[in-house]
Design a protein. Sequence first.
Length: 268
Amino acid sequence: MSGFLGVPVGAAYHLVFALTSLLTPVAGGLGAAAAIVLFTAAVRLLISPLSLRALRGQAAMTRLAPRVQALRKRYGGQPERFQRELADLCRRERVSPLAGIWPLLAQWPFLSVTYLLFRSVTVDGGQNRLLSDSLLGVPLGAHWLSGAGLLSVQDAVFLAVLAVLAGLCWLSARLARQAAAAAPEKPGAVTGAAGSGPATLAAGRVAGGLTRVLPYVTVVIAAFAPLAAVVYLLTTVAWTFAERRLFLRRAARDVAVAVPEPPVPEPR
């Protein structure tokens, strides 16, 4: 593999290959797959501060969404004034509009290196020997429906892994819908004020449709990837789901603690 990611992919390859050698005496034929899972989990743990920062940024912007919508309603015809007011709002609340974006971008090199490692036939000018290992008798370099025939062991393994991946994607989409439903209601959503017109409603439908569809893009990618990359995608989607769920549960608990219950009036 050449390019600016060639060196880190090569370094990751040697780490995973060494991990496979350590795990094989214990896990047997599952050593390579276990090494992929453990290495992916280690990478996600390494970049978890970035993930949490992105989640905090997204939560902060969701919290400010009603006030941003109110500014857009008031200064919709004055783009420069709207930008100034938005900047002032973010400064007062100590929130950056890019707080939920740049941590995701910072994760991209790490995730790209890991994904490329498990889908590349050659690494460091030689054969990727990780793809020569197998999972339940199916080579990690095999692709779904790549000549093994229907109802084969390879077909069954891929269908099982893809089914689990699809289930995790469904749970992720469901969690995203729950988080959106728990967000503060935007002004005009019921009253018919500005921001609830046909264009906004259409944009809302598009955004809602993307929220439901985007998680399943991972399943489509996995259907055309080698088994090693599918195991990686399954692990990283599971980690992302668990990470987001724990974050939302903790955020909900913090809100419950911060908002005391109203006092109960004493009987007269």
